[in-house]
Design a protein around this ligand. Structure first.
Ligand code: PLP
Length: 391
């Protein structure tokens, strides 16, 4: 059975070229980057080269790129340090954020009850944030951090981070965006977008797990949270993950160099999925702004199927097809995710299944055909087993 992987928003296949570069680095770069001898300096120079490349892609200063272990750590570092070191008194965020932001905010509020936490209301069932409300809030001159993700990981809605960054700048608020689902999938230019903080994770763009990055604008004055050595411009103590950084650097470079071609392939696959689902699955709904490519991340599509939640993911897995029911973190759960409950009522979600199909440039239309034919089969079997009314 040929397996089909359609869960790249959870994690991606590592690019063979990245594996090669990491193996090479493991052989060569064993010196501690903090050591002054040539072995250490060799490792150090590899790290600095990656830092410089990524800074160029994002149009920022290399000193503003800080390597971490993952997207979760980057979000933690930024949010926690803003409260604990930058005297932020208010966090404005959204109920659609990733757990690594929502749980960190919850924990910060518990530890610092004096901080104000405001979640922006949603304007409609598509999940649009009420930006006018944000602007009203920013009129109050409280030291504020706004934390809004660039792309939602479950439904794919995009936030106009340029507009939010401008608003925050105008009102003197700091702005953090969780860019884990868009970094290296979209060209980002932080010399034009006045954002203060962003996060990134290599395993979302064909790099290794266990390595991430935080963009931290120098002028923000953010401090590190892990105490120890002075690594990473004093912002993240601990011996650097040299091989991981090399892997992050290579996967970032390839993703940016090949962005247009990868995007063309994936957008084509997403549109094909939308067309085929609409044709073959009765009653399918596309969550959030799924069908609008200007407002939705091209790498993922969230759908609501009119089938009972039980076992669809399991049945697909038995056929060797990997998709996600909700997000990776919420998968396996039989209850609707918190994100879906922001868009629909519990009643509306009764007897439905949410699937997130997420793509990479390695996927093909034939794989989409296989997925849709199985979904269609499930729907037919269900229709045949439901007894006719009055019959
Ligand atoms: N933020 C978003 C939007 C994500 O999708 C994820 C991972 O799924 C994370 C943060 C966490 O990233 P990591 O797995 O590197 O900790």
């Amino acid at each position: 059975m040929k397996k089909i992987y359609l869960d790249s928003a959870a994690s991606t296949i590592i690019d063979e070229r990245v594996i090669e570069a990491m193996i090479q680095s493991m052989k060569e770069d064993f010196g501690n980057p903090s050591a002054i001898h040539s072995f250490g300096q060799e490792s150090k120079s590899k790290i600095e080269m990656v830092r410089k490349n990524i800074a160029q892609w994002l149009h920022v200063n290399p000193n503003e790129i800080i390597f971490t272990s993952c997207g979760t750590e980057s979000n933690n570092l930024i949010l926690r340090s803003c409260i604990e070191n930058l005297s932020i008194k208010r966090i404005i965020s959204s109920p659609l954020e990733h757990k690594s932001v929502l749980e960190t905010i919850r924990d910060l509020k518990e530890k610092h009850p004096e901080i104000e936490v405001v979640f922006l209301p949603l304007k409609n069932k598509k999940g649009d944030l009420d930006i006018a409300f944000l602007e009203d809030l920013l009129e109050e001159k409280t030291p504020t951090l706004v934390s809004l993700m660039h792309s939602n990981n479950e439904i794919g809605n995009l936030t106009d981070i340029d507009c939010i960054a401008q608003l925050c700048k105008k009102h003197g608020a700091l702005f953090h965006s969780d860019t884990v689902q868009t970094m290296a999938h979209y060209p980002l230019d932080f010399s034009k977008t006045p954002i203060d903080f962003a996060s990134c994770s290599a395993h979302k763009f064909h790099g290794p797990k266990g390595i991430g990055m935080a963009f931290i604008r120098k002028s923000s004055g953010l401090k590190g949270m892990i105490t120890g050595g002075t690594q990473e411009r004093n912002l993240r103590a601990g011996t650097e993950n040299v091989y991981g950084i090399v892997g992050l650097g290579k996967s970032f470079d390839y993703a940016m160099q090949e962005l247009k071609e990868r995007r063309r392939i994936i957008e084509d696959l997403k549109q094909y999925t939308i067309d085929q689902l609409s044709k073959n699955i009765q009653g399918v709904l596309f969550n959030g702004h799924g069908t609008d490519f200007t407002k939705s991340n091209y790498t993922l599509l969230s759908i609501l199927l009119p089938f009972p939640n039980t076992l669809v993911g399991f049945q697909l897995d038995m056929k060797g097809i990997a998709v996600s029911q909700g997000s990776a973190c919420a998968s396996g759960a039989s209850k609707p995710s918190k994100t879906m409950l922001q868009l629909y009522t519990e009643e509306e979600l009764k007897n439905t299944t949410t699937l997130r199909i997420s793509y990479s440039h390695y996927n093909t239309k034939e794989e989409i055909d296989v997925l849709i034919s199985f979904l269609s089969e499930i729907q037919k079997n269900l229709t045949n087993t439901i007894p006719a009314e009055n019959g």
